[in-house]
Design a binder for this molecule. Structure first.
Ligand code: AMP
Length: 426
């Protein structure tokens, strides 16, 4: 047993594990820039109040899952927390930097790790990665549909073909209070049947009961009043607009009346992505919604916003379970090896020169025999070995084709150009 281990609920992504994440990050970055979302980075920890206030006190994320951070010494009295999601922090940054004075909409995206102190299980970690996309300043509904379509594009580009999107509208401050009161009355009528936690939540946040994963709640939730039947005129028109725009871009969706999402800040549109047939049984791949009140809640001028968070870990797991081929790590075009085990400097110099020419070239800097160096080069998946030997005095090296096991003399001068021609995709 090693003395030290990664904390429970976290894991090391070894190079082969990291490769599929890097691929998803590349897909996300490429899509974000094509859709006009600019990259942002916010701190991994924030004032705890950003999450308490922004996400809401009576939410799983804040009540149970927030990782509190307190410095052991120093001047600062601030109570911090590791970010459990990115939206609240990005909104805080929007307000802090006066982004409401920028041309609207302000469209921002980032990928990074999030932290939640939850019971770890498959697909649920205490550190996990998300791709976050946020659009500020556009009340929709077209941008809502654009964002949902972007999420679907991401899964398609990642080769996850069986993803469906569930959508709902939870109204706004005009129509939600009456709906929430009706919902509370409905659940109070069934109070005896409610599990303890749900009974406690009923007083503070009745909407949250629709989110319950307790099997005992399923039938009650199915029969509960639905927010989409209680929308005010403006919210109903907005939701109809979202649906019309989704139809316009041929995105098939399912309306899920109990989809309220676990965080307080949502208004109107909410959505979640699932593998087809997995909704309700498995964890969502990603989700998002509109948060027209959040910027004001965090001290800014009232500004509409909408965003999503797609979990990368669950996409990687889904691709694995679908038997998708693992992501290949890039192999070097060549490894520089040498006949003289002691001459590591010669190998370093030649490799440095080739890398300076933009090539992916490794150097074997060990003092093992040439045969061993060549074996290692083959294991690395290199296509060529540049062999430094006596010919170097005349300015030549042996270039060994490791795939064909053939070899020829090449002037050092023309080596970079030759390897560049041989580089796949060059
Ligand atoms: P949420 O805002 O909680 O719906 O989270 C958005 C997405 O992040 C989810 O759909 C998951 O894909 C991912 N996610 C959330 N929590 C975790 C976790 N503990 N471990 C892994 N992925 C998570």
């Amino acid at each position: 047993m090693p003395t030290y281990r990664a904390p429970r609920g976290t894991r090391d992504l070894l190079p082969a594990d990291r490769a599929p994440f890097a691929r998803l990050e590349r897909i996300a970055r490429d899509l974000a820039s094509r859709y006009g979302y600019r990259e942002i980075e916010v701190p991994i920890f924030e004032q705890g109040a950003v999450f308490e206030h922004g996400i809401g006190e009576v939410t799983d994320v804040v009540e149970k899952e927030l990782f509190r951070v307190s410095p052991s010494r120093g001047e600062e009295r601030e109570r911090w927390a590791l970010r459990p999601e990115a939206t609240a922090g990005i909104c805080r940054a929007y307000v802090e930097h006066g982004m409401q004075t920028w041309p609207q909409p302000v469209k921002l995206a980032m990928t990074g790790p999030m932290f939640r102190y939850d019971r770890p299980q498959a697909g649920r970690y205490r550190q996990f990665w998300q791709w976050n996309v946020e659009a500020f300043g556009d009340p929709g509904p077209a941008v809502d549909a654009e964002l949902i379509e972007l999420g679907m594009q991401f899964y398609r580009a990642a080769s996850l073909d069986d993803v469906e999107v569930l959508v709902n509208s939870i109204g706004d401050p005009a129509c939600r209070p009456a709906y929430v009161a009706e919902l509370a009355a409905y659940f109070r009528g069934h109070e005896a049947a409610l599990p303890e936690l749900e009974r406690r939540r009923l007083a503070a946040n009745p909407l949250r009961l629709l989110d319950s994963k307790e099997p005992a709640m399923a039938a009650l939730i199915a029969a509960a009043p639905k927010s989409i039947d209680r929308l005010c005129g403006a919210c109903a028109a907005h939701f109809a607009g979202v649906r019309a725009h989704l139809d316009a871009v041929s995105i098939a969706y399912r309306i899920e009346p109990a989809l309220v999402r676990g965080l307080d800040y949502y208004t109107r549109t909410t959505f979640e992505f699932y593998r087809r047939g997995a909704a309700g049984q498995q964890q969502a791949l990603g989700g998002g919604g509109r948060y027209d009140g959040l910027v004001a809640l965090l001290g800014g001028k009232p500004t509409p916003g909408i965003g999503f968070a797609l979990g990368l870990d669950r996409v990687v797991l889904a691709l694995e379970s679908a038997g998708t081929a693992p992501v290949e790590e890039a192999a070097p075009i060549a490894v520089v090896v040498g006949a003289d085990p002691a001459d590591t400097a010669g190998r370093l110099v030649v490799a440095t020169r080739l890398r300076g020419a933009g090539l992916a070239v490794h150097a074997d800097l060990s003092q093992r025999k040439l045969g061993r160096q060549l074996e290692a080069a083959v294991k690395e998946g290199a296509h060529y070995a540049v062999i430094l030997g006596d010919e170097l005095a005349a300015g030549d090296v042996q270039l060994r084709d490791l795939d064909a096991a053939s070899q020829k003399l090449v002037p050092l001068e023309s080596l970079a150009a030759l390897l560049r021609r041989k580089t796949p995709g060059a």
